[in-house]
Design a protein. Structure first.
Length: 143
């Protein structure tokens, strides 16, 4: 699925919410596209606990188990939501989401390993960080 228009982003977000999004489309950019759309249009679902339930339900619908070493990861989700909200705020409330997504993907957060600049690998991928928020132990998030 292309993410170059706002309707593309809306389709992806609604398919994720409805648990009909093919797992292959749940990419790094797809995660951020859904987060941006939810932050703007369904902030009730973008709150950390609501997002936890949403992603866990989506994972289960694609056959991805939510375990201590796979599936939903709370610290990554919270950090990613903060990054998405920061980028959304920088571009203003009426900026096209596809433009915000393009800028986000061109930033440091667009790299799939961006979190490793903030957390040691063993901290980020610990059971504690997967279950709950664990603050960065290398460098504070820039937002």
């Amino acid at each position: 699925m292309s993410l170059t228009t706002d309707p593309d982003i809306e389709r992806l977000a609604l398919a994720m919410v409805g648990c009909t999004l093919p797992k292959a489309e749940w990419t790094h950019a797809g995660h951020f596209a859904a987060a941006l759309w939810l932050l703007r249009h369904r902030p009730d679902l973008a709150a950390p606990d609501a997002m936890r339930e949403l992603i866990m339900r989506y994972n289960e619908s694609t056959g991805t188990a939510n375990t201590d070493d796979g599936g939903y990861h709370h610290s990554i989700t919270v950090a990613s939501l903060r990054a998405a909200a920061w980028h959304l705020g920088r571009h203003g409330g009426d900026a096209p989401l596809h433009g915000v997504l393009a800028a986000l993907m061109a930033s440091a957060q667009g790299r799939s390993d961006w979190l490793l600049a903030h957390w040691r690998r063993e901290t980020l991928f610990s059971v504690a960080a997967r279950r709950d928020w664990v603050a960065p132990d290398l460098a504070a998030l820039p937002f």
